[in-house]
Design a binder for this molecule. Sequence first.
Ligand code: NIG
Ligand code: FE
Length: 412
Amino acid sequence: MTTLIINIKELLQIRTATETKVCGEAMRILPRIKDAFLLIKDDLIADFGPMNSLPKLVANHTIDAKGKLVLPAWCDSHTHLVYADDRAAEFVDRINGLSYEEIAMKGGGILNSAKKLQKTSEDELFAQARKRIDEIMALGTGAVEIKSGYGLNTESELKMLRVIKRLQESAPITIKATFLGAHAIPLQFKNNPDAYIDEIIDNMLPRIADEKLANFIDVFCETGYFNPAQTERLIIAGQKFGLKAKIHVNQFTSIGGLQICLKHQALSVDHLEVLTEKDLCDLKNNETMPIALPTCSYFLSIPYTPARKLINAGLPLALASDFNPGSSPSGNMNFVVSTACIKMKLTPEEAINAATLNAAYAINLEQTHGSVTKGKKANLIITKQIPSLNYIPYAFGSNLIDTVIINGKTNG
Ligand code: NIG
Ligand code: FE
């Protein structure tokens, strides 16, 4: 099965197979070909180049992309999109003056979602999450990471991870699963959080590994949640089962969790809204990918990750939606890219690099996703007719997507 896309106004994010992430100044460059073609064979990118070098061939389908841009589908490297119902009432509480922390202290927040999820059946959770997957695919997402963390007991964490497994088996996009048992301290462990860490290490992790339910391990390392020492225990325990660390750090406070992540070569450190000069300095010369979540900052009205400082220091950056019911109830990566440009002062090229190649790296998919490279998955966005790539973040709120191709097939 072959599909040929012709007359592409600009084909964006062209990389060789050895380019697995972009850092610092190089993020300003988004390699492209004007007036291009791209050939898809089955689920893979087979060939591409300028139209004047189009080989003579007969394809099963031809798409004329005159006036349109083609770029790799977004990779969303941090979500919590398996959850039960919504938390719109807390949203209104915040409008009326309560903070995210105050709501959490009243038993709302993550514990509220956990209560809802514990009562919801696996089938119902699957149905709700599947709809969200369909929604983000239509918005151009071609690979996504999904965390557990609203179960907070063995049975419900396993239920969430089994839902993620069913999504992996049934949805066309690539899904990576992250075990986030340490997302909040369950009420019954309020006076002895270390006993909950024991529970995670002794009871949850071995079963999760046994059923092969997770690729990564995560911890909400934050004041009032889990401290750096507990985070370190969990990272080490996860590593024993082959789970790489992707950790929530520095969302509200800088408490040393970042340094623990770097010490153990975490795959990514996520949030980083609060970053000291020492944190910034320590991030250098590591393979760990910083991930910013601008729509979480937007929704909670908290500071944005100092992305300019990170990139100006020569570091790489990935962007993700953080899709979850409490701090970012949206998986729209187009809006993430716009918000990164508008609020964090990324250039359009930097934002697209952060939401494609670097995002693929942050979920270990850099060999197969995140760029236009021969042999990589044919996961592509064809835009509507638009004036330039700058128009993608500029015209925020407009749907600029004409077609989404996932695994070589037109979605929808
Ligand atoms: O990434 N910070 C921790 N976890 C989520 C929020 C989860 C929730 O509020 O339900 C986040 O923002
Ligand atoms: Fe998160």
